[in-house]
Design a protein around this ligand. Sequence first.
Ligand code: ADP
Ligand code: 5GP
Length: 185
Amino acid sequence: MTHARLTVLVGPSGVGKGTVVSALKERHPELVVSVSATTRDPRPGEEHGVNYLFITEEEFDELLRNDGLLEWAQVFGGNRYGTPRGPVEEHLAAGRPVLLEIDLEGARQVRLAMPEAQLVFLAPPSWEELERRLIGRGTETPEQQQRRLTTARTELAAQAEFDTTVVNDDVERAAMELAALMGLK
Ligand code: ADP
Ligand code: 5GP
């Protein structure tokens, strides 16, 4: 069995990462999307082990001590998020392509740890459309939205570090482009 490739998807909050990845999973149930660990509280409807592993600060420290995370970052100045190393390595070794949906700092760590990983940036069709989507989603307070938009400027400025940019103009089209990049048939 050949060792499959790791793909990292990064994009500003509200660009549609979750939406595009759901569309991709629907077409390709064989795709493994890594479940991150986070210290943030679940939002209504989110499930432990499905959306995230919701863990305490102490449990996160323990994972770090045991080298249990492939990468991690403190996102939007608050909670910590990280990718559990074991499942990613096991799926790749078994020949299953794995997708990580993480932030820019995490992507930079993956590039150093696994130079063979493919880094894909998901970009909005325009800045105005990004604002519309983030605000329209309505899951953050106006202060949190502003913080995410400030971070978005940094993320958009880092696009050149990525192997490829996919524009999320249309969910199905963007999902198909991502599937092709990952070699999913
Ligand atoms: P992210 O995971 O990147 O933070 P979401 O997947 O939550 O973003 O999407 C943010 C909002 O934008 C949601 O309301 C979603 O329905 C909407 N959205 C996502 N992709 C598109 C698209 N291609 N066209 C229009 N709206 C979109
Ligand atoms: P949210 O709280 O909206 O689910 O996610 C906030 C941010 O955390 C998003 O930009 C997302 O990409 C990032 N994120 C989620 N999981 C991870 C992870 O495992 N590692 C890193 N570095 N960032 C993550």
